[in-house]
Design a protein around this ligand. Structure first.
Ligand code: SF4
Ligand code: SF4
Length: 382
């Protein structure tokens, strides 16, 4: 089987010229935009606009990367729009705060909201046979994903594949968290979503990634890379190997490997451009606190004892109630202008942690999880 090409290009700053050169080179390594995209119709460029956040926080795709990708797409496609469905706030607000709206004005393209959606049937779906997708996603002649490389409390990592979850409009995302509460189920759902959206190209902004307590409160982590491929699974797998992380610890990449979706293993990928060994990425911190859930499938109290628990830090909580609105099973209430979580009904999806604008929700491991952590580390010789 032919190996899947992944462009890996060193890019160590968000200087517009540096980013433009790196993104152009990434597309050239893949044969140019003309070999990847249709000429007719509208191309949707889909960045990660998770929330209204400043670009230096590394929560959203950097505006210079979005602009450079739009420029490449404009070389061949007659019409280009940029859109996403944020988890918090609205598309235009997130685009303004992140600098993406300004970048789009410079490039002469519109930012469009993902407010309206439609049912999309996927009979071949392994787990999910129908999605509610944003209309611009369904109507696009091609989707170009421009993701941000980050850690993620629930999935461990978010990049090219997980970026597609934003194709589900706003509050509709909660339904998928409620329906697919286990990590492996949610990961398999993301693979079905990938089959529904089928991005033509996936670009990953890993110039400055986020590690640690991602996807909203982690450490901006200089990583120095732009990656691109027609296969988002291959993009994520290469990025994680650069970080020294086995891609199969991420549920949707494990599922991709198990089901033969995309290229997960290094032998199935051909890295073009800068050699992976020239990227000296050390101490990339994955999120803590939830390593056992994919290993042990228990319910109830056992599951609760081996997974991290969301805990409100009252000194940081401003009482904004964003977490209450974001909680899929609605188990957060407000008391004396502070968030209160009913742990007995919490499904451990960590949407509250992801959406809290103040970083006031910690993910805390209990004693059983900590002992298990040490046991796993001892098995792996750490
Ligand atoms: S925990 Fe965060 S999101 Fe929830 S009310 Fe407090 S500040 Fe707002
Ligand atoms: S409290 Fe947080 S982790 Fe628990 S179900 Fe609600 S959003 Fe998910």
């Amino acid at each position: 089987m032919a190996r899947v090409p992944v462009a890996l290009v060193r890019c160590e700053s968000y200087d517009p010229e540096v980013v433009h050169t790196a993104v152009e080179r990434a597309f050239d390594l893949l044969g140019g935009a003309e070999s990847l995209l249709p000429r007719k119709g509208t191309c949707l460029v889909k960045p990660n606009l998770l929330s209204p956040s400043r670009p230096e926080l590394a929560i959203t795709t950097n505006p210079e990367v979005v602009k450079a990708v739009v420029t490449e797409v404009q070389k061949v496609v007659e019409s280009v729009v940029v859109g996403d469905g944020p988890g918090r706030g609205d598309t235009l607000g997130a685009a303004e705060a992140s600098g993406v709206a300004s970048a789009c004005r410079d490039a002469g393209v519109s930012v469009i909201p993902f407010d309206e959606g439609t049912e999309f049937r996927l009979p071949e779906g392994r787990l999910c046979k129908e999605f509610f997708l944003a209309l611009p996603v369904v109507q696009a002649a091609a989707v170009v994903s421009v993701a941000k490389m980050k850690t993620h409390g629930f999935m461990g990592y978010t990049g090219a594949v997980k970026n597609l979850f934003g194709c589900i409009p706003g509050t509709r995302k909660a339904k998928y968290h409620l329906r697919y509460q286990e990590k492996d189920e949610f990961g398999l759902m993301l693979l079905d979503l990938l089959a529904a959206v089928r991005p033509a190209v996936s670009v990953l902004d890993a110039v400055v990634a986020m590690d640690g307590d991602g996807p909203s409160h982690g450490r901006p982590r200089p990583f120095g890379a732009i990656l691109a491929s027609a296969d988002p699974v291959a993009v994520d797998s290469v990025a994680l190997r650069l970080a020294g992380v086995d891609p199969r610890v991420v549920p949707y990449l494990k599922a991709a490997g198990d089901y033969g979706v995309g290229a997960v293993d290094s032998g199935d990928v051909e890295v073009l451009g800068d050699p992976p060994e020239s990227f000296n990425i050390k101490d990339f911190r994955m999120p803590g606190g939830d390593r056992h859930r994919s290993l042990l499938r228990f319910g109830g109290a056992v599951k609760k004892s081996i997974t991290a628990r969301p805990v409100v830090n009252f000194s940081k909580c401003t009482g904004c109630a964003v977490c209450q609105r974001s909680c899929p099973p609605q188990v957060i209430s407000m008391s004396q202008k502070k968030a209160v979580i009913d742990d007995s009904r919490c499904i451990r999806c960590y949407c509250c942690h992801e959406m809290c604008p103040s970083g006031a929700i910690d993910l805390r491991m209990g004693p059983v999880a900590r002992v298990l952590d040490r046991f796993i580390d001892s098995l792996s010789g750490k």
